[in-house]
Each structure stands twice: as C-alpha cells, then as structure tokens.
Design a protein around this ligand. Structure first.
Ligand SMILES: Nc1ncnc2c1ncn2[C@@H]1O[C@H](COP(=O)(O)OP(=O)(O)OP(=O)(O)O)[C@@H](O)[C@H]1O
Ligand SMILES: [Mg+2]
Length: 300
C-alpha cells in the first residue's frame, strides 16, 4: 500500500444475490486509493455501484472478491482482531442519504450525539461534552434548543443534519458520505458542503464524497472517480477530469451538467454513451500523470 494512502481498494468485486442461482454484478474489478487528507469524489449514474463501494469500505458488505485496506488493517480478512475493529469503529464514519432514519426515536438529540462519544471514550467531562455538542450543532446550522427534542419532533432535514453532526463529532480519520445532502434544501446543501470543506481543511480527515451533483463534486473534491455499470472508468485530479474528460461515459456525464445560460442550454445536444456490446479487453491505463482511464477494446 503506497505510504501516503489511508485507504486502498484492490480489484473489488461485489455481486448481489437475487435468488439462489441469480446474481447481478454490482461492482466489478474496482481499484483505487484515497490519500491521507484528500477529498475523493465518486460520481456516476444511479445503479453504477457507488453505494456498494461505500458499503464495502464500511464493512457492511463483504465483497465477493478483492481486498480493502484501511490504514494497515485488511478489512476483507476473514477475522479482524478486536482492537482493530474497535479502532475502525472510532476512526471510520459514514453518513448516508437517509442516515436520519437510523436515529433512535426514543432518544433525545443530546443522547444520540453523546452516546458514541461516551462509548469510544472520546468525550472528556460533561461540561466539555455539552460544549462540543452545541458547537457541532452550530456547524450544521442547528440550534442548541433541539438537544432535548426527539427525532420525531424534527423535520427530515434537521434529522439529517443531526446525523451529520454525530459523524463529525467523532472526529473521524476517514469519513465516507454517500449522497449526504441530497435530501436537504438547496440553501442548506451549500452550507453543509462549505462546512465539509472547512472542517476537512481544519482537521485534515480523509473524505470519500459520493454525489450526483457534479458541480458540488467539482467544488469540493481533490480528485474524482467516475463509475458506470459497476466499473470505475476514469480517475483524475478534479481539474483534469472536468477540463479534459477522456472516457466517453465521463464526457456524456459532464455534458449533461446544466449550463447556467438558458440560451446555450436550449440549443445544445446531450451526448449519450452506450457501453460496447462485447468487450475483448479492458486495461486501466495512466494517460497523463495521475489521470487514469479504463480503455476498452471491443471484439470488432
Ligand atoms: N437490494 C438490492 N437488490 C438487488 N439489486 C440491488 C440492490 N441494491 C442495489 N442493487 C443493484 O446493485 C447495483 C449497484 O447499486 P448501488 O446502490 O451500489 O448503485 P449507486 O451507484 O449507489 O446508485 P444510486 O446513485 O441510485 O444510489 C445496481 O445495479 C442496483 O440495481
Ligand atoms: Mg447509492
């Protein structure tokens, strides 16, 4: 594993079982690393396998093949020592699009936020903990007044922000966010993305950001990976990817980004990419420094 990487994914493959004999490939032969302190974005159409990658990274899904390391821990190993598992629980956090639904309805917001801190021994005294809670609620634009509320008394957007605050409070080394803001109002989305950027610069955590919104990814991420049909087809520094997309799917995806000028928007044609019917050979190739693309050769 390269020294500056916190995460390494090698040949990750995952299939979803439909029936005893039927499988659908969800992720096929995906490899990439996430460097210490970088923000890596993953984009791609619905069903391209982004969440499956995130779930494998969190250890929620066991991949069918391939390996994943988080720091020096092989999380795909058959048995992970208890100390390593505890360390992962503390240092690795995920925010889902619908994290809000996982909040325990019987607990107050105060308890929801403070319990993980207590379990992992991160919190110091009670007063210090309360100060941390209020500070993190402030980060996500929530008032200390909701500490005594229960999830059912909050709006969906407020609940999602409580989940984001809960993940950030742990000061994770690795934060994975799977469409964390898709369910929020546009004005709050911008606030949360700014917050992610600010906190990431301040604390330097390593961040995997999965999103549909290409403009948001361009704004936030250092590098971006593009997935389609379970494969990673391109990976490059953000500027290089947005300025010189190479894979036809990436080009089609970026061409679908709305253009702010309505006159241009009305007149342009959207590129469409179709996967070659039969691929004879695939090769993950570095075309420029740090710019990788999956070259595909068809039979004809
Ligand atoms: N519970 C499930 N049962 C069957 N197939 C599933 C299930 N969940 C996902 N899939 C399939 O697995 C593949 C990858 O899905 P995944 O959720 O990883 O995609 P995604 O990129 O996260 O999509 P989205 O942008 O919609 O969140 C898709 O083909 C999807 O249809
Ligand atoms: Mg998803």
């Amino acid at each position: 594993m390269p020294q500056n990487e916190l995460v390494r994914v090698e040949h990750l493959t995952h299939r979803l079982r439909l029936t005893r004999k039927l499988f659908v490939p969800a992720v096929s032969d995906v490899s990439f690393g996430i460097r210490q302190g970088e923000i890596l974005g993953i984009v791609g159409e619905s069903g391209s396998g982004k969440s499956t990658v995130a779930r494998c990274l969190m250890g929620i899904l066991q991949p069918a093949a391939g390996r994943i390391w988080v720091e020096d821990i092989d999380i795909t190993a058959a048995r992970i020592p208890k100390a390593d598992r505890q360390r992962l629980q503390r240092e690795r956090q995920i925010i889902f699009q619908d994290s809000a639904s996982s909040l325990n309805p019987r607990m107050s917001v105060r308890r929801i936020l403070s319990e993980p801190l207590c379990i992992h021994g991160v919190a110091r005294g009670k007063a210090e903990r309360e100060r941390q809670l209020v500070q993190n609620l402030g980060y996500v634009g929530l008032d200390a007044g909701i500490l005594d509320a229960r999830p059912s008394e909050l709006s969906g957007g407020q609940r999602q922000r409580v989940s984001i605050a809960r993940a950030l409070l742990m000061e994770p080394k690795l934060l994975i966010a799977d469409e964390p803001i898709a369910s929020l109002d546009v004005s709050i989305q911008a606030q949360i993305v700014n917050l992610f950027r600010h906190l990431q610069r301040e604390h330097g955590f390593t961040f995997l950001f999965i999103a549909h919104d290409l403009a948001m990814v361009e704004f936030l991420c250092d590098r971006v990976g593009v997935m389609t049909r379970g494969r990673l087809v391109e990976l490059a520094p953000t500027r290089a990817l947005y300025d010189h997309p190479l894979h036809p799917y990436t080009r089609a995806l970026l061409a679908s980004m709305p253009i702010p000028d309505p006159r241009i928007e009305r007149e342009r044609e959207i590129a469409v990419w179709r996967e070659p019917e039969s691929v004879a050979h695939r090769e993950w190739t570095q075309v420029e420094p740090e710019h990788f693309v999956l070259l595909e050769q068809s039979h004809d």
